[in-house]
Design a protein around this ligand. Structure first.
Ligand SMILES: Cc1cc2nc3c(=O)[nH]c(=O)nc-3n(C[C@H](O)[C@H](O)[C@H](O)COP(=O)(O)OP(=O)(O)OC[C@H]3O[C@@H](n4cnc5c(N)ncnc54)[C@H](O)[C@@H]3O)c2cc1C
Length: 382
């Protein structure tokens, strides 16, 4: 057995949630990250659509996203050699039967920091001329959305964490995890670690880790989402198209180099696993794309699936467990964990240290009680 190494925080999971909170915590603490896979970001973080949108998600998600913009636009010195964001407007479209949904989306967005702009449908056809005539009845635009360089973001957090002294272990299968006095005893293969606080950033496996330490489950549900890459319509100059999203959440697509990245926006509950695309979801995706666009998909270049993990109220759970001392949840980021990671990691690090939110987070109206995992834990009536 190897010697015991001591840390203040041990973070389980090396996706965007684990790595970003490790970078924050490492400013003043000894931090260990444990990732089961040989490669970081192998699961959900490496499979996203890479979109930054301040109108996507509920009000707390929108606030966390808006609070992340300053970091994306001006990360710490040396964080990334290339910009983390590249502007790409977000065009919401609705068929005639979806007009009511567009009205409520616009009304909702007006309560946030980034209101959607109602667009005449001819303007939507101007932005994406390949949309089928008659398909779009209503449209709205978010001008300040962007593509995220997810690799640069994750890599930047990783470098930052390591430069601040964090230790990152890959292929780290947890063998033992026990609370002993005021710390956790953690066994990984022949190695033993101690940490005062255990941060659960295990993505789709969040509830498994909760059960392993006796905290139980918060009801974090992994949902499979499918992506395909296809050629754009012949002769279409698609590289400047906006990100196009169906207001009923049935389809989205955006340019990816000279190709189109497309999703049927599926949400199929799944056990935590190495998610793979289902043939039926791929067929559904092609069918919906061909209905919306003047395109005939002859070949699918690539396809993949990833798990977006949601709490019942579609808001992340961030905070200490109410029953198990030293156990901190950072889970349920759903479809927004990349765009919210700069702000959510700061919020999580403040709460994990028992501190108040940084003022620049308070300015965005982030309500920590809405994030508190206690809301999802049954109260003991005995
Ligand atoms: C198709 C798709 C499109 C998306 N599009 C967007 C988007 O446009 N914008 C956006 O912001 N978000 C998007 N998301 C969501 C975003 O990708 C997730 O919210 C985010 O990646 C979640 O990060 P995570 O670190 O919690 O999870 P993960 O990246 O899955 O990381 C969790 C890690 O924990 C590890 N782990 C689990 N259990 C253990 C254990 N016991 N011991 C050690 N390690 C363990 C896993 O191996 C895994 O690497 C999308 C997701 C999908 C699938």
């Amino acid at each position: 057995m190897n010697l015991m190494v001591q840390f203040d925080y041990a973070v389980i999971g090396g996706g965007i949630a684990g790595i970003s909170v490790a970078a924050e915590l490492a400013t003043a603490h000894r931090v260990l990250v444990l990732e089961r896979e040989p490669h970081l970001a192998y699961h959900t973080t490496g499979r996203s659509a890479a979109i930054y949108s301040e109108t996507y998600g509920n009000s707390i998600i929108c606030a966390l996203t808006s609070a992340s913009r300053a970091f994306f636009e001006k990360p710490p010195e040396g964080f990334s050699a290339q910009p983390l964001l590249r502007p790409r407007a977000c065009l919401y479209i609705g068929r005639p039967d979806q007009a009511g949904q567009m009205d409520s989306a616009i009304a909702d967005s007006q309560r946030g920091l980034c209101p959607l702009e109602l667009l005449h449908k001819t303007a939507a056809y101007g932005l994406v001329p390949a949309l089928r005539p008659g398909y779009v009845a209503v449209a709205a635009l978010e001008r300040n959305s962007a593509d995220i360089d997810v690799h640069a973001l994750h890599h930047g957090f990783q470098r930052l964490a390591m430069s601040r002294g964090a230790e990152i272990r890959r292929s780290a299968e947890l063998m033992t995890l026990e609370r002993s006095g005021s710390h956790w005893d953690i066994g990984v293969g022949a190695d033993r670690y101690q940490a005062e606080v255990l941060v659960n950033a295990a993505g789709a496996w969040a509830d498994d880790v909760g059960r392993q330490v006796g905290a139980g489950a918060l009801g974090v549900t992994p949902m499979r989402r499918t992506m395909i890459v296809v050629d754009p319509p012949i002769d279409a100059n698609s590289s400047d198209w906006p990100f196009v999203i169906d207001i009923g959440a049935e389809l989205y697509f955006k340019p990816e180099g000279r190709k189109l990245l497309v999703s049927p926006a599926d949400e199929t509950p799944s056990p935590p696993c190495d998610a793979q695309p289902d043939e039926l979801d791929i067929a559904l995706c092609v069918d919906r794309l061909e209905r919306a666009l003047d395109i005939s998909v002859a070949r699918i270049d690539r396809s993949w699936a990833g798990l977006r993990s949601f709490c019942a109220d579609r808001t992340p759970a961030v905070g200490f467990d109410k029953d198990v001392p030293g156990f901190f949840w950072l889970v349920g980021q759903g479809g927004y964990g990349i765009q919210t990671s700069p702000a959510l990691s700061r919020v999580a690090a403040a709460l994990a240290r028992g501190q108040h939110l940084p003022p620049e987070m308070q300015d965005f109206g982030i309500d920590v009680s809405a994030l508190d995992p206690v809301r999802l834990q049954p109260t003991n009536t005995t």
